[in-house]
Design a protein around this ligand. Structure first.
Ligand SMILES: Nc1nc2c(ncn2[C@@H]2O[C@H](COP(=O)(O)OP(=O)(O)OP(=O)(O)O)[C@@H](O)[C@H]2O)c(=O)[nH]1
Ligand SMILES: [Mg+2]
Length: 906
């Protein structure tokens, strides 16, 4: 049950100039909190205290006032009404218990009011409608109430009328089925019932008056006292009217014992700097906050309870309180503290981006620092530095915000800036799932990351998830990957715009016990995202998104035809016009990029009689994507800051593998395949050749020795081409080309940095080859095996023995003798390689797993397992070994041979 002494927070929101600040003043006066009411028009209002506010006569920053109504404490939050400043208003919605939506009688319900109404619905804020300026001529109470009921809520009721009146009792009862039943059975509707309906948003009280003339203010104050319930209780941080599911706080004290102190929770809604002191504005939603309490790594140095410009410092702020806290340096607007989760994304968003022009020669780094400080106060500024254009960019809601920022920057930092023309902020997403693979293995580094990118719901943003089987990669590496995913704005590959509305799941990753270093996973994670996006793009599955705005137009009826045709050309989607006497209202959506200066055009051809409101709605597929993409001229491969390629290691040197070939080199395989079965090397073939039988022991002659030295290479080349298709020359030699170029920058390092150093002590490394698996994966060997398995085996041994001469790895070839009755297993040396036949009932998989565990985990040797078996690789990875696909092995062998040949021919 609500504690009547708990502080209740009432927000006031409205369209610009509806009278919010005047109403705040009136409420303060009526409640006895101020002795005389100031006036916004005279620059002496209690809440419009900023110099800019006084000059412009508008509220710019949300502000609070404390007052008592009927002996209970209240905090009023006055908010700015201008559309450019709506993010400042939106942030207060999460901390209020109820809201007064002020409507100016003369304006009625215009487009802006409807947008605000939807915002309040989104945040589940209980609403009181106050129809202001009833003192002005022509204000029609009944008509206005009717309009509110028609356009906002059918459960809007004039509560100025005595609520004991039978007519009004019945109307209230009709707001809720249970109540209707009780009422029909002869029950009475009490204030408590009304409070419950209001907090559930089933009833919207409507009051009328004049803030300027202090009419209807007492009634409004009484209604607030009677019908507003605190949305937090003393015991816990509870968010009754915030979005469902977000409420970590809801469960925070579950299971806590009776006498356990309630846990602290708070929602930060504002950051300001007052005379050099950084203040974090928050509402306490659970427990309490005391001076000198630790918050994160900081300590609370002071708790201020502000009212207007003045504050009192207190030792403790309890649940329900709104306070400004000094001493915290890492807080941000929208943050949840203690048991509270952070805010979801805000609805009001700037859709335009502008370059910051520094007019007074301040250097860019200093300017960036200043703007970052402002960004703490207004996170939507999204301050970024574009390296290519060498300019700072910020996102701005509109002209008014730009002017305010300019002034704030000049006054606070003494820096003169201007803003370039606004450009639309696009985003990118994907239409179908893709796997992204990133591998980073320059010398003495190792990491591989697999991410599944899946399309998310519109507006869902980026959802990051760890779906990596826990036993395949250590927890701290998984956490590192998740951190790297979260720490960065990932750029799309169509225009380089940030990606959104996607779920990115970590599905697999590999580290080396010896070589993985801090930072390796950052590289492979970033690369995996980009590689996945390139995969999606190549399949035509990347989607450019553009901001779509809600529009509401109020125009004279005779302008309807022209307006409709204009809007149609601007790709607007409109509901049928609502036409009333002499006026028409249009609602719909429009791409932000099409709006331009249409509000001015509209105002001019309607001679000031028409107005247009816009508010950000959502990101949706771009109506002119091709055009925008072409104009952006973005070439993802040339974006050196955002590589989609991977770095592998071949023969001790770094090998840059382009995104479209990463899958051929990757060490892990999650089994994911593109939809269009294009990848070719699906892992199901040749698992262990079950009928292979025990080898005869014959035919181990070194037949390869007497052959043409290049015959093996030619033969291998032929095997390769038949199995995997023709080879493009640089397939096999990207490493050399990139090293020669030397220009492939990656975070400032060139590929040259990764050349093996001469005096490196060779480490021991093993290549375990799953014999039958490889035989059945290489087409020629498979054909041979179908005729004569022994011959195929010998051929593989010859090839590997040849390769062993070039490579630095110890090669162990394992053949499965699982089904050989009485088989004891055999290990022998074939020239320079080891050959193993497993025992009865021991599969090659098992043997390889055991051996790689022995070598990789116990002895810390580097182990690579060559197999095309997708299931086996999961096991292998548990042991810390690397996997090489059948194709990868063949490629490596070919590359080695070619390299040797070139060396000898020189
Ligand atoms: N006639 C009349 N004028 C009013 C009334 N309330 C406010 N005004 C006038 O309306 C104008 C705007 O009032 P404000 O209180 O600044 O409006 P606001 O909603 O706070 O405006 P922003 O903060 O800029 O969004 C001022 O000139 C007020 O004097 C009223 O009840 N009657
Ligand atoms: Mg105001």
């Amino acid at each position: 049950m609500a504690d009547s002494r708990m502080n209740r927070v009432i927000g006031i929101i409205a369209h610009v100039d509806a009278g919010k600040t005047t109403l705040s003043e009136a409420l303060l006066f009526v409640s006895g909190s101020i002795r005389s009411a100031g006036r916004v028009d005279h620059g002496d209002a209690f809440l419009d205290t900023d110099a800019m506010e006084k000059e412009r006569g508008i509220t710019i920053f949300s502000k609070q006032a404390r007052l008592e109504i009927g002996g209970s404490p209240f905090t009023l939050l006055d908010t700015p009404g201008h559309g450019d400043l709506s993010p400042e208003m939106e942030r207060t919605l999460r901390v209020m218990d109820a809201c007064i939506l002020v409507i100016s009688a003369a304006d009625g319900i215009g487009g802006h009011v409807r947008i605000l109404w939807e915002l309040l619905a989104h945040y589940h804020v209980p609403v009181f409608v106050f129809i202001n300026k009833m003192d002005q001529p022509g204000a029609d109470r009944d008509a206005l109430l009717e309009q509110v009921r028609r356009e906002l809520s059918e459960h809007a009721l004039d509560l100025g009328i005595d609520t004991a009146d039978p007519g009004i009792q019945e109307e209230i009862a009709l707001c809720d089925d249970r109540l209707t039943e009780r009422y029909l059975e002869g029950g009475h509707i009490a204030a408590e019932d009304i409070a419950e309906l209001v907090s559930a948003r089933k009833l919207c009280p409507v009051l009328f008056g004049s803030a300027l003339r202090m009419e209807g203010i007492r009634e409004l104050a009484d209604a607030l006292d009677r019908y507003v319930r605190p949305s937090v209780s003393c015991g816990e941080g509870r968010g009754e009217h915030t979005s469902a599911g977000a409420g970590a706080g809801e469960h925070a004290s579950a299971g806590a014992g009776e006498d356990t102190a309630p846990e602290f929770g708070a929602r930060v809604f504002k950051i300001t700097h007052e005379g050099g002191t950084r203040l974090t504005w928050m509402r306490i939603t659970g427990g309490s906050l005391k001076a000198r309490d630790p918050v994160g790594n900081d300590k609370v140095s002071q708790i201020r309870l502000y009212s207007g410009e003045r504050f009192t410092a207190v030792q403790e702020a309890a649940a329900g309180e709104v306070c400004a806290v000094a001493g915290l340096s890492f807080t941000f607007a929208g943050q949840g503290l203690g048991t509270e989760p952070d805010a979801d994304r805000y609805i009001m968003q700037p859709v335009q981006m502008s370059a910051v022009q520094i007019l007074d020669g301040t250097d860019t780094a200093t300017a960036l620092g200043y703007l970052k400080e402002l960004e703490e106060e207004e996170p939507l500024l999204n301050v970024s530095y574009d390296e290519q254009a060498a300019e700072i960019r910020i996102r701005i809601m509109g002209q008014i915000q730009a002017e305010i920022l300019q002034r704030v920057i000049a006054e606070r930092f003494g820096m003169a800036v201007a803003f370039g023309p606004g450009t639309i902020v696009y985003r990118e997403t994907i239409a179908r799932a893709a796997e992204g693979v990133g591998h980073y293995e320059p010398l003495r580094h190792y990491s591989e990351v697999h991410l599944l990118l899946e399309p998310g719901l519109p507006g869902s943003g980026l959802i990051l998830e760890d779906r990596c089987p826990p036993d395949t990669l250590e927890g701290n590496y998984r956490r590192l990957i998740m951190k790297h995913l979260a720490e960065k704005t990932h750029k799309g590959v169509l225009t380089g715009a940030p990606v959104t509305d996607m779920r990115i799941s970590l599905t697999a990753g590999a580290a080396s016990p010896v070589h993985t270093e801090g930072g390796d996973f950052r590289q492979s994670t970033y690369r995996a995202v980009r590689q996945g996006l390139m995969m999606a793009a190549s399949a035509g599955n990347c989607v450019l998104l553009e901001p779509i705005m809600d529009i509401r137009l109020d125009i004279p009826r005779e302008s309807l035809g022209r307006t409709l045709s204009d809007l149609q050309q601007m790709h607007a989607e409109l509901a049928p016009p609502e036409v009333t006497a002499g006026r028409a209202a249009l609602t719909g959506t429009i791409p932000a990029s099409e709006i331009g200066d249409y509000p001015q055009t509209l105002a001019s051809f309607t001679r000031g009689e028409g107005s247009m409101f816009t508010a950000f709605r959502e990101y949706a597929p771009c109506h002119n994507a091709d055009e925008v993409i072409a104009a952006a001229g973005y070439v993802p491969e040339e974006d050196l800051e955002e590589p989609a390629s991977s770095i592998f290691c071949r023969h001790g040197a770094a090998l840059l593998v382009q995104w479209n070939e990463v899958r051929d080199y990757m060490h892990l395989d999650t089994g994911w395949r593109p939809d269009t079965n294009g990848s070719g090397n699906s892992g199901s073939i040749g698992s262990a050749g079950p009928d292979a039988g025990r080898p005869s022991g014959s035919g181990r002659s070194g037949s390869g020795k007497s052959r043409d030295p290049y015959a093996a290479e030619k033969e291998l080349m032929a095997i390769f081409e038949r199995t995997y298709g023709p080879i493009r020359r640089n397939d096999l030699r990207p490493a050399q080309e990139h090293r020669a170029g030397g220009s492939s920058h990656d975070n400032g390092r060139t590929i040259d940095d990764w050349k093996p150093s001469k005096n490196r002590t060779p480490e021991k490394s093993y290549l375990l080859v799953d014999g039958y698996n490889i035989i059945f994966a290489w087409e020629d060997l498979r054909d041979l095996a179908l005729d004569d398995i022994g011959a195929a085996r010998d051929k593989l041994l010859d090839i590997l023995s040849n390769y062993a001469g070039y490579c630095s790895e110890e090669i162990i070839v394992v053949f499965d003798a699982y089904r050989v009755t009485g088989g004891l297993g055999e290990v022998y040396r074939y020239h320079n390689i080891d050959v193993v036949f497993t025992r009865e009932a021991e599969t090659a998989d098992l043997y390889i797993e055991k051996t790689s565990h022995e070598l990789a985990v116990k002895k810390h040797y580097r182990v690579t397992v060559a197999t095309s078996d997708a299931i086996e690789q999961v096991i292998i990875f548990g042991t810390g070994a690397l996997r090489l696909s059948a194709r990868g092995l063949l490629e490596q062998i070919l590359a080695a041979q070619q390299e040797m040949r070139e060396r000898y021919l020189q």
